[in-house]
Design a protein around this ligand. Structure first.
Ligand code: MG
Ligand code: ZN
Length: 228
């Protein structure tokens, strides 16, 4: 009985996600859904990434938190367009929440949309939001065993960003082990090692996103005129 209920829930979510995916293709917007444990540095990574792409791409953020709109405030102080979703206890974002949030964003001319999911490595992995890809963050200040413990997040993500790489010398985080474990779960996983604050590794990461955004924009032409 319980299993059936979860399936229905996911199915309903997937229907809305498919609608969003159509909308994002039509508009040529690259959408990244960021997953991590609380405190891995999602907000800082997004902030620093979007400051670097300003000028080459127009971007916005949908940020999910259980409570408070502090992250939205942080983004706005950094000069970025953000919409906050407060889940009031909900431990993941759903496509319906994202759909509602999009009403307060101008999607025309938008190139990149970051969705900062609720800090949680478990259920956000199972909920599609119409994104092009999930990106999972793993910071050097948490356990290098996270990929093994939360395989779904690493399996469903296209990229893993190892954050706070500048702090590596002060931790017992085993970089090789974390990467090996993640690749065992997902052999084609793209891996970046960055320090959002110090700038280390940011160029590769930002260039990769810009490239993907350009591809998405390019594909829009072929989608145009076709019934979605
Ligand atoms: Mg945050
Ligand atoms: Zn959840």
């Amino acid at each position: 009985m319980e299993i059936r209920l979860v399936e229905d829930l996911l199915e309903a979510n997937n229907r809305v996600a498919a609608k969003l995916r159509g909308l994002f293709s039509e508009k040529g917007i690259l959408v990244l859904n960021l997953l991590s444990s609380p405190g891995a540095g999602k907000t800082t990574l997004i902030e620093k990434t979007l400051q670097r792409v300003q000028g080459s791409a127009k971007s916005a953020i949908v940020v999910g938190d259980v409570q408070t709109s502090r992250d939205k405030k942080r983004f706005e102080e950094a000069g970025l367009d953000a919409v906050q979703i407060i889940t009031k206890g909900g431990c993941h974002l759903t496509a319906t929440m994202v759909e509602k949030a999009l009403a307060s964003l101008d999607l025309d001319g938008l190139d990149i949309l970051f969705i900062e999911n609720v800090g949680n490595l478990v259920c956000p992995a199972g909920f599609e939001l119409g994104e092009d890809m999930k990106v999972v963050l793993l910071s050097t200040t948490e356990g290098d065993d996270k990929p093994g413990k939360y395989p779904a997040a690493f399996f469903h993500a296209q990229a893993m960003v190892i954050t706070k790489i500048d702090l590596l010398p002060w931790t017992n985080f085993d970089l090789g082990l974390a990467k090996r474990d993640a690749r065992r779960i997902h052999p084609k996983l793209k891996i970046f090692e960055v320090s959002s604050l110090k700038g280390e590794g940011m160029e590769d990461w930002v260039n990769w996103i810009l490239q993907r955004a350009e591809q998405k924009r390019g594909n829009r032409k072929s989608v145009h005129g076709r019934a979605l």
